[in-house]
Design a protein around this ligand. Sequence first.
Ligand SMILES: [Zn+2]
Length: 519
Amino acid sequence: MPQDENGREHATLAMAATVYHVNEKRKDRKVEDCVRKDGDPQKPSKRPRERFTRFRDDEFSQLQAGRKKSDQRRGNLRLDGQGNRQGQKTNDQTKHGKQKETEQLALRHHGRFYQRIPGRLPTFLWENEPDVQEPRGTMNFRRTTTLFSLIFVALFGALIVGPRAARTQQEQAPQKKQQTPTIDEYQTKSTLVTKEHKIERAKFPFIDIHSHHWNPTAEEVDRLVKEMDTINLRVMVNLSGGTGDQLKNTVAVMKGRYPDRFVVFANMSYDDLNTPGFGKRVVARLEEDVKNGAQGLKIFKNFGMDLKYASGERVHVDDPVFDPVFEKCAELKIPVLIHVAEPSAFFDPWDYHNERWEELKEFPGRARPPAKYPPFETLMAERNRLFAKHPKTNFIAAHLAFHGNDLERLGKLFDANPNVYVDIAAVLAELGRQPYSARDFLVKYQGRVLMGKDIYDVNEYKWYFRALETRDEYFEYYRKRHAFWRIYGFQVPDEVLKKIYYKNALKLVPGIDAKAFPE
Ligand SMILES: [Zn+2]
């Protein structure tokens, strides 16, 4: 039997066919099919760590409806807590009135068992195996217990005895009627007590490769510099420089007044996309922008998704019309920071399995349904062809190239394209939910990852510092719509930290004064 490294995986999956009902005395009552939300028998999970607490009340009704169905199907196989088949037990039930089965229901979800009490959130009961609790002086029950144990031992080789602690007195207390909270309302307070390091200031001066400041005023820039100083943000890269006069003005108000604190990237204008000769003109504009102080090119996410020719045809990410632009960037030795696609969850159906359910609820326009947008994989394929087509051009794929949830895939992208880099802007939660993999990845690809934040807020950088610099555990993330989960620090070695904070950016972006940074 295939197993995970703890030898448990398949025991868990095989157990998926079981749900335990408990009565007020919390004896195991029945064994029957587990049901999925839609009432179908539970299939072995592909996502074992999916969080049960995301289920809502109405989903439990569905679960219970499914339970009834499976009751009918498997009636003869069910055993009650006394080892009797269901239906033979009425005597006992009337004798001990309290044994009347309540609506309490234990549900299995991905190897964990939860107790459902009406009006309350599911309570964690045990993991992997039921903690079979012996009621005092009930020989029959003990027999049942033994029978269960034997079955498990025979089937799965070993019994992993789950924790008993969760089955507390509290669960037996009389239940008050309480509204089930929505997922927005359910904001738990962690009781975890562990070391915390609130890092307000980065350990080394750093470059934020991914920030946006549209047509900033002098006052805004002055304030920005003061704020940057408080967190050790040495150089801010403004990706929203625009082109032409707008670019000139942005450079003047930022670099003109603080030459060593800002970098401005140019953007392409697509206004004349449908006029013949667009490719040549866009290259000429870029050359002019670089002369006027631009130190890179930023391509926004409409490229490949919303940008269309007059014919209605979508501009593909690897559209040859833009080849001269990327070749020019190589010639000018400026990097291209490019945002292609969106988190893959935005392309998936907006259902209760979607990791970004909350964000799509808040911003329905961020959904990328197939009727209106190319599939995620199409965009990835176009992007990868673009990277391969221009090996002399340095690309910084924004937001971990949207592979933060699959670092192995990102590693392959790096291996295949030495000209590709990424920033970590707005995807910190992807790294923070896999601290071991994240650390290994950052150590292995330390020359390819750059610090970035995206939406500017001086108070939000500290999550990046804490994740990169500490081993703090299970702390809340700053933007719930990105991640309903808590994150972990993955503390990279100082040498790696320096590369992420500034060395990689110094290598890629021309004209930043390296003297402001340590060796
Ligand atoms: Zn951005």
